[in-house]
Ligand binder design. Structure first.
Ligand code: NAI
Ligand code: OAA
Length: 309
């Protein structure tokens, strides 16, 4: 299996490192526009192989997409991260052009690849990659929900003083402050979370999750990379190993959840063909209203992209 990661910055390099360390692909190609960066980081990861005992081969190239030819999966992380005071949507002007040109290069060299977008604003950059690649919606998706649920699960584990391993959660909607965490679908070793934590504490955790990315931007002056890199690698793993795992993934909705022509996070089965199936949950009135608010927020930014051309 061959996997390409475009963008050898914080998220891309972390993703490549996890892919190599966990031997998720035999060959991992890192690409960046900045001279020498992808070569350097892939060489560094390769030099870690004798210490951490893996044999996935990492190679890097500066903007040379011939090296990516025949990739099974491509992760797009190229683009600006936000700085304190910015929203993810503020990145659209710069990142739309980057994701467009990267996608063109990818499909030219790997027409059968499955594309996982990470660049922000996530839902709209997934839209950009989808329209540029002209691939079926099952093969172009965005990473956000695994990260957002991971934050939620980490906060819950801390509050309950238990292992994060035992927390299962689902989340819907766009990757922004309108994301829709679902306490009704959160369990701790099979126990509904609502039986273990009081309402106010849970509400505070849900609110912290919604702005979880911003919390880290404030602390570091740039956005997160360890959890995002691992989350993207987990999606790659589900695809290349045909695991048929269920994750919240950003995908184009064509009538599911009563929504058309919008890219939003929903539970999907991920396997060798990409999105094998979208799972439709039976939402209550309040959840439906939150999903609609999220759809509206993403649609507005999709309209901005349409105007950019
Ligand atoms: N979906 C999600 O949950 C998350 C998304 N992100 C997003 O991921 C993106 C990357 O974040 P970081 O890795 O922290 O940024 P970074 O600045 O560390 O790395 C981005 C890399 O992209 C490269 N790049 C720029 N234009 C390129 C092009 N045309 N071709 C190839 N490479 C190019 C840059 O040289 C840089 O090395 C940002 O847009 C950020 O907002 C970050 C975290 C989570
Ligand atoms: O917050 C950001 O800008 C990066 C991101 O999407 C996240 O960490 O959730």
């Amino acid at each position: 299996m061959k996997v390409t990661v475009v963008g050898a910055g914080n998220v891309g390099a972390t993703c490549a490192d996890v892919l190599a360390y966990r031997e998720i692909a035999n060959e991992i190609v890192l690409i960046d526009i900045k001279e020498g960066l992808a070569e350097g980081k892939s060489l560094d990861i390769w030099q870690k192989a004798p210490i951490d005992l893996y044999d996935s081969r990492t190679v890097g190239a500066t903007n040379d997409y011939k090296r990516t030819a025949g990739s099974d999966v491509v992760v797009i992380t190229s683009g600006l991260p936000r700085k304190p005071g910015m929203s993810r949507d503020d990145l659209i002007n710069t990142n739309a052009g980057i994701v467009k040109s990267v996608t063109e290069n990818i499909v030219r060299n790997s027409p059968d690849a499955i594309i996982i977008v990470v660049s922000n604003p996530l839902d709209v950059m997934t839209y950009q990659a989808h329209i540029t690649s002209r691939l079926p919606r099952t093969k172009v998706m965005g990473m956000a929900g695994i990260l957002d649920t991971a934050r939620y699960r980490a906060f819950l584990a801390e509050a309950l003083n238990i292992s994060p391993k035992d927390i299962q959660a689902m989340l819907l909607g766009g990757h922004g402050d309108t994301m829709v965490p679902l306490p009704r679908y959160t369990t701790v070793a099979g126990i509904p979370v609502t039986e273990l934590i009081d309402k106010d504490k849970l509400t505070a955790i849900l609110e912290r999750t919604k702005v979880g990315g911003g919390e880290l931007v404030k602390l570091m002056g740039t956005s997160a990379w360890y959890a995002p890199g691992s989350a993207a690698a987990q999606m790659v793993e589900a695809i290349v190993r045909d695991q048929r795992r269920i994750f919240p993934v950003c995908v184009k909705l064509e009538g599911e959840y009563g929504i058309k022509d919008c890219y939003l996070g929903v539970p999907v089965i991920l396997g060798k063909n990409g999105v094998e199936r979208i799972i439709e949950l039976d939402l209550d009135k309040e959840e439906k209203a939150l999903m609609e608010a999220s759809r509206k927020a993403v649609r507005e930014v999709m309209d901005v992209l349409d105007k950019l051309g």
